[in-house]
Write a protein of this length. Sequence first.
Length: 255
Amino acid sequence: MRTYRRYEGGGVCWEAVFGRRRIFGFEGGTGYCEVLFGWKRVFSCSGRQAFYVELLGDDVTGDGKPNLVLRQWLGSAAGDSRYLVCELDGSRVREIGVIGGLLDVAWRDVNGDGVPDVAGRDGAHRYFMGGSHAGSPRPLVVLTYDSARGGFRLDREAMSRRPLSESEFRQLSVKYKEDIRGCAGARPPGEFVDTLFELIYSGNGEQAWRLLEASWPEGDRGGRDEVRRSIEGSLRRSRFCGAIAEWNEERNWGN
């Protein structure tokens, strides 16, 4: 693969070459990308923002065929992007999946099957309970390609973590109770919130709610319930809400 960039018509052009395929893109007032096989256009896409080549030639589905992954920046300072995954089969280019809702995405083999997975942070929980974007929870999400159903699915095995031991649970609940008392009615501590989300996103949702109950100071049931409602509301905004809810056998926020 080789790439180059040049300035043209008030924007930036780029090109990537893979075998007989040339992937051409333009960054200007809008984004545009096309794939040529020889000199024949076999695929194109456009949007309000620019496209970039994320991966070219890697097999991200495990079927032995090379893939093209295009990243489209969505214009936010937080770095929101969507990923268009295509299969390269001779002269044909076929779209097989679109991935969005993740920050800090890395394509790497997480589950050990030799095929790159999608590992990123769920961007749905920004500004949680009035906090900053940087200080909001960003639980890990791992996606892998499901050849039987098509598309990228939550990889529970890669995301699964053991629950807290009873000793760990007690130590954390004591620590967090003191931390929460120190907040004096303000937003709960970031470490505490991060732990709750991490438990939920690793299949330990029931333990997350028990930890919330055990850590919250006595006599402030209203504050505890507000935190739970805020977490459930934030989870409903996630693109992965249905899969996370099913994993944790939740019905209240999985609709």
